[in-house]
Design a binder for this molecule. Structure first.
Ligand code: HEM
Ligand code: HEM
Length: 128
């Protein structure tokens, strides 16, 4: 599967999960997980969808190894952040234990964004 399609498939998966959590919060009148919901939708859906569009429109033939690393780092970091925020805002695990994991995952989200920037800058091909 091409990277643009992989990203869109993951994006829509996050969207479904994020909306489920949104509906759950609305139905239970317990909005305690709203930062988790917001970041499933924003880091998960929005960023993945954006990266899919960038692959489709701007990256002609990206270096396959770089593209693979960028994809894996973004998805691994996103899933870690979502799990970490869920455990944090559900009061399942103390903040002190989650902080280092969330910190590494947050820096990884940044690293994958910078890697995408690098790939865009390195691309000369204009897709039509
Ligand atoms: C049927 C779909 C959805 C439902 C039922 C839903 C429900 C909710 C609820 C109950 C809250 C908590 C509000 C609060 O306590 O302040 C919330 C917050 C939020 N939602 Fe959703 N949501 C849905 C879809 C989405 C989507 C698609 C996105 C983004 C692409 C999104 C982004 C956010 C954000 C950013 C917040 C935090 C807003 C703030 O800072 O107060 N939601 N949502
Ligand atoms: C790894 C990257 C990110 C980190 C570490 C991060 C961290 C945070 C933190 C600590 C908050 C305050 C949560 C609270 O209310 O207690 C927050 C809120 C928010 N962030 Fe992020 N964020 C990240 C990425 C993003 C992205 C990519 C977007 C949008 C595309 C975004 C949109 C928002 C919004 C709308 C809020 C307000 C809703 C809320 O409080 O949950 N964030 N973020």
């Amino acid at each position: 599967m091409s990277f643009d399609k992989k990203y869109v498939v993951w994006a829509l998966g996050y969207l479904a999960a994020g909306i489920c959590l949104g509906i759950f919060m609305a139905a239970t009148h317990n909005h305690g997980q709203f930062p988790t919901h917001a970041h499933i939708n924003l880091i998960g859906f929005l960023l993945s969808f954006g990266y899919g569009i960038i692959h489709k429109l701007w990256l002609g033939q990206p270096n396959p190894t770089l593209a693979k690393i960028q994809f894996i780092v973004h998805q691994a970091a996103t899933v870690t952040i979502i799990a970490g925020l869920f455990l944090l805002y559900g009061n399942f695990v103390p903040e002190a234990q989650l902080d280092p994991i969330l910190g590494i995952a947050a820096i990884s989200v940044l690293a994958s964004a910078l890697l995408m920037l690098y790939m865009v800058l390195k691309t000369n091909t204009v897709k039509t």
